[in-house]
Design a protein around this ligand. Structure first.
Ligand code: GCV
Length: 727
């Protein structure tokens, strides 16, 4: 006993020693995100910038202009290690000029071409005039100037030349927002980076510095909205007591161009309004929502609108009263319309009373009402038809509702991709979805064109990302989780961006410009998404996660009350084979896609193997394109995923000289957990599927570490991301 105690004591002590040997308070802990400006070490670059930037002219104005001044003082002060003076226009020297177009002197506006410049957009351009060679940042509005300022600072962070600048940027999407699934008790549904950063108890009087830093970080990547509460909504957020707190947040966010949205619980008229019904056609209910909207706007004049999850996973909605999603969405839209607010009505619906393939239900529910929604309604659609899986085909609703604005919902938090523990670079996944071709208006009808409205000339457009932010020092738990937040913002601004370029930007701004680091780590990030697909859900498998918390594999789970909550519903493994037949012989979910897409996925010759088991149930000895059986192919993919994580570890080990000690260690430890869990996935899934295939593992696959019973016995009642049940 004593020996054991001593052993425990020594390991604990050693652990403590290791931790305290790199005290957090004395080093960069990741809090500064991609905005942790550090002095430029390259002398040539530094001198070039110093001679180009000898002073700043910033037009005078309100709160956003003040923020720009602070950002430039801090950013240029640190990057150039000098105190630049704010001067009047017209003096000598090379200046940085930041001013709205309408306030620029005529001799400058003459040199600017602003026709293409939209709301929130900006121009960064070199202009030579007597007195100096200047860099001008101009825009139509203050927020455009702020976005331009962040872009300009990013150029410096990336050591880009400041010559021949001709940057014209306007956002391609109007609403670029985070969805926080934060509960009022500060737990976060599917949150893996600590608790909610919103401290409702101390608001409105205590403004945590984090709120300001959060707004700044969002503005730096062009995010202009945030729904601060979970879609599994609590009606209390709409009471005066909470609205006062929301107002305090809105006041903090406003200078950064960040609008606040709230989730609206459909039964709020009953729960906080004292009504007997929440029927959307009831006159009292209609009046209640109208009054509520008026009240909110009297407190927060630039309130964005409501985000709604209704009749989905137990949430109340119009169908409780025999009404439709259309009735519900239009009810709220009418209440918000006088204030220019919008409703984001989620299409994530599936019912336990509907035996149809879950992948088909949202389309069936919404598409028939195309064109009947009010102008200020957006239907918010998840990227795929099931639920944020490591890989899904694009949602068939994209392109299928030409007369209704559809907005994208991505998940930045990694509910199904290893939580905040696995390094998986999500913008690669986002890019794959955005570049998918819906063929709805012929070849080239990309999902991105639905989202930016260009496919059907939509006036209102949006993209939402379910936040991965929490109270962890570094905001996102995994240091690389910051790249997902960053990348989401960049893609919401421009859905045609290349995820590789985004990784490049993020790495240079967050770590270093050293090519020995940027090259290999970028490659590692770009391959990380395929790795997770391989070790979790290869060849089109999906939703085989353990129950409820979704931590680890649970392909055997078959005892949940709703059929579509059981992994067996999705993989359909039996003695004959595996996969979900969604062709005409099965659920015919493929019918919901354009004929070209249907054809491609239906024909086994043309169906990409990444989607094979999503659309087809195929025999275990089915021959893959490489001539191997499906069974072998599965094992090889699972093994490949594990090997890819090993490669990531090997890459990261070479990066020690370029990274601070803390983040180096953190990522090393996390990659090792990722490897352990990748093996767990491989072993558990292959052992379980072997009970059907009855075939030997392929020779390429390492032998499982434990028997199937071991994996089946694992229980995680306190896995993060869900409220644990205490009994
Ligand atoms: C907010 C999935 C998640 C739920 C989430 C839901 C949704 O089912 O597991 O936690 O609930 O999606 O998007 O509404």
């Amino acid at each position: 006993m004593m020996k054991q105690f001593l052993k425990l004591y020594t390991t604990t002590f050693l652990g403590l020693f290791l931790l305290t040997s790199t005290p957090l308070f004395s080093m960069s802990n990741g809090y500064g995100l991609w905005l942790d400006y550090t002095k430029i070490k390259d002398k040539v670059v530094l001198e070039g910038y110093r001679s180009q930037l000898q002073g700043i002219y910033l037009e005078e104005g309100g709160a956003t202009l003040k923020v720009i001044g602070e950002e430039l003082t801090m950013g240029l002060g640190t990057l150039l290690d000098t105190n630049l003076k704010f001067n009047a226009l017209g003096g000598d020297g090379n200046m940085l000029i930041v001013s709205k177009y309408m306030n620029l002197p005529k001799n400058l506006t003459e040199k600017m071409e602003v026709d293409d410049l939209k709301k929130e957009g900006y121009i960064i351009k070199n202009v030579d005039m007597e007195g100096g060679s200047h860099v001008v940042i101009t825009a139509r509005d203050d927020i455009g100037l702020l976005y331009g300022t962040f872009h300009f600072l990013r150029l410096l962070q990336m050591h880009k030349p400041l010559k021949n600048l001709e940057i014209v940027e306007s956002p391609k999407v109007d609403i670029r927002m985070l969805n926080h699934w934060d509960n009022l008790d500060r737990t976060i549904e599917r949150g893996y980076s600590g608790f909610s950063i919103w401290n409702w108890q101390t608001l409105p009087d205590y403004i945590d510095q984090r709120y300001i830093d959060y707004a700044r970080a969002n503005a730096s990547v062009g995010i202009n909205g945030t729904a601060v509460t979970s879609v599994n909504a609590n009606a209390l957020i709409l009471t005066p007591h909470y609205l006062e707190k929301v107002k305090a947040l809105a006041d903090v966010f406003r200078p950064y161009g960040l609008k606040v949205y709230l989730t609206a619980r459909f039964s709020a008229p009953i729960e906080i309004g004292g009504l007997k019904t929440a029927d959307p056609l009831d006159a009292k209910v209609i009046q209640w929502w109208k009054n509520k909207a008026d009240e909110i706007y009297s407190i927060i004049p630039d309130f964005g609108g409501f985000l709604v999850k209704a009749n989905s996973e137990g949430q109340p909605g119009p169908q409780n009263y025999g009404r439709t999603h259309l009735d519900g969405a239009n009810l709220l839209a009418d209440a918000l319309a006088p204030h220019n607010g919008v409703v984001m009505w989620r299409a994530f619906v599936y019912s336990e009373h509907d035996p149809t393939d879950r992948a088909k239900q949202a389309y069936n529910e919404f598409v028939p009402d195309d064109g009947k929604y009010r102008e200020n309604v957006l239907i918010q659609v998840k990227n795929g038809p099931i639920d944020f899986q490591p890989r899904e085909p694009f949602h068939p609703m994209f392109g299928a509702m030409p007369n209704t604005p559809l907005m994208m919902e991505f998940q930045i938090t990694k509910e199904y991709l290893g939580f905040a523990t696995h390094l998986v670079y999500l913008p690669k996944l986002f890019e794959e979805v955005l570049k998918s071709d819906t063929y709805r208006k012929g070849k080239g009808s990309l999902v991105a064109k639905v989202i930016d409205g260009s496919l059907n000339h939509k006036k209102l457009t949006g993209m939402a990302g379910v936040s991965n932010i929490g109270t962890d020092f570094n905001w996102t738990g995994h240091p690389f989780g910051q790249a997902d937040w960053y990348g989401f913002g960049r893609l919401a601004w421009n859905p045609y961006m290349d995820s590789k370029d985004i990784a490049d930007e993020w790495l240079r701004c967050t770590f270093t410009n050293d090519e020995h680091f940027v090259g290999p780590v970028k490659k590692m990030m770009m391959e990380s998404r395929e790795a997770v697909v391989n070790y979790m859900d290869p060849l089109g498998l999906h939703h085989i996660f353990d129950t409820g918390h979704h931590y680890g594999p649970g392909p055997w789970v078959d005892n949940l009350s709703r059929p579509e909550w059981n992994p067996v519903y999705y993989h359909k493994a039996d003695s004959l084979g595996i996969g979900f037949d969604r062709t005409k012989t099965g659920s015919d979910a493929l019918f919901q896609y354009a004929p070209e897409v249907q054809k491609m996925f239906t024909d086994l010759e043309t169906c990409p193997e990444e989607y094979l088991l999503w659309f087809h149930h195929v025999p275990w000895d089915y021959r893959l394109k490489n001539g191997r059986t499906l069974w072998d192919g599965l094992g090889i993919k699972y093994q490949k995923g594990v090997d890819q994580v090993r490669e990531m570890i090997a890459t990261w080990e070479q990066m020690k000289p370029y990274v601070d000690d803390l983040r180096y260690k953190q990522v090393t430890m996390l990659l090792n957990i990722q490897l352990k869990e990748a093996k767990w996935w491989r072993d558990a899934c292959m052992l379980y599927f072997q009970t059907f295939s009855k075939m030997d593992f392929p020779k390429e696959m390492e032998a499982p570490e434990h028997a199937l019973e071991y994996y089946r016995s694992l229980q995680f009642p306190y896995a993060p991301g869900i409220r644990p049940s205490w009994n």
